[in-house]
Design a protein around this ligand. Sequence first.
Ligand code: UDP
Ligand code: MG
Length: 317
Amino acid sequence: MNVIKKKISIVIPCFNEDESIQVTIDRLTLLKQEINDYDLELLFIDDGSTDNTVNIIDSNINKNGIKLVCFSRNFGHQIAVSAGIDLADGDAVVLIDADLQDPPEVIIEMIKIWNSGYDVVYGQRKERAGESYFKLLTAKYFYKSLNYLSNTAIPHDTGDFRLMDKKVIEVLRSMPEKDRFLRGMISWVGFNQIAIEYNRQPRFAGESKYPLRKMIKFALDGILSFSTKPLKISVGIGLICASISLLGILYAILMRVLTNNWVEGWTALMIAVLFIGGVQLVSVGILGEYIGRIYNEIKARPLYIIKNKNGFENENK
Ligand code: UDP
Ligand code: MG
């Protein structure tokens, strides 16, 4: 009897990973042998690499189940992963980085937990070797503030390393938002989610492709896509400042009417003007961030542009 195997898609976003990609492919191929109860699809999304990454993946395409999608330029990690979610056709989809920071062997455990009835199994980092103190500290306070600001509880110490059932994947495909913070979107979706602890390894080779600039954009997407509280906070600060300045105005009038030394108070005046000016600028800035995002949405451009595909049965899919 021919039993149809369930299929697991592994999505690997890559951006200039030529130092580690071959080892990653080998480790994932090895994994294939360990879970031969399933069909395994390795879906590499090349996010506009300018090094040898594409050639290395291409030379592995003849191996069973390896597929490659190349973007026309660098669109960013979250978008590369989203393309993987759109194109993967497994019964479950696993997201994993190309730099071996997330050990592929954990996927075996994830599959077991998925089989016991969970829809999302997300990796939670017990230890994070090889990360800078700065990254650990900023990550900690980022997740604290994110959870304070947002109504969706987003687990701390997690990345995008996770397994998701097809049900969840289908919902994610119907969420076309442009400024994407996937781990938040996945929490928002709901279903049965559970953490699996693992030790995050140092990068196998190369450097982090997340410079501070990308990290700040990522953090802002997390906060602004999941909360409108910053708007409320800016209104609150505005109100407090307005009340304080009202007292200041009263004081100034009383000084003017009741005393002769009304030129004094210049310092207080300057402080008040500068302070309120600052608060206004920050508030307008927060407003601007939201408006920018609305603008980004209504332009309705495609999320990514695929240059070419390799390894797909039907290349027009
Ligand atoms: N990545 C990507 N596009 C980018 C930046 C990163 O596809 O613009 C990929 C990268 O190749 C890696 C994963 O996303 O597979 C995570 O990136 P990285 O390891 O640099 O992030 P970190 O682990 O330092 O947070
Ligand atoms: Mg990494």
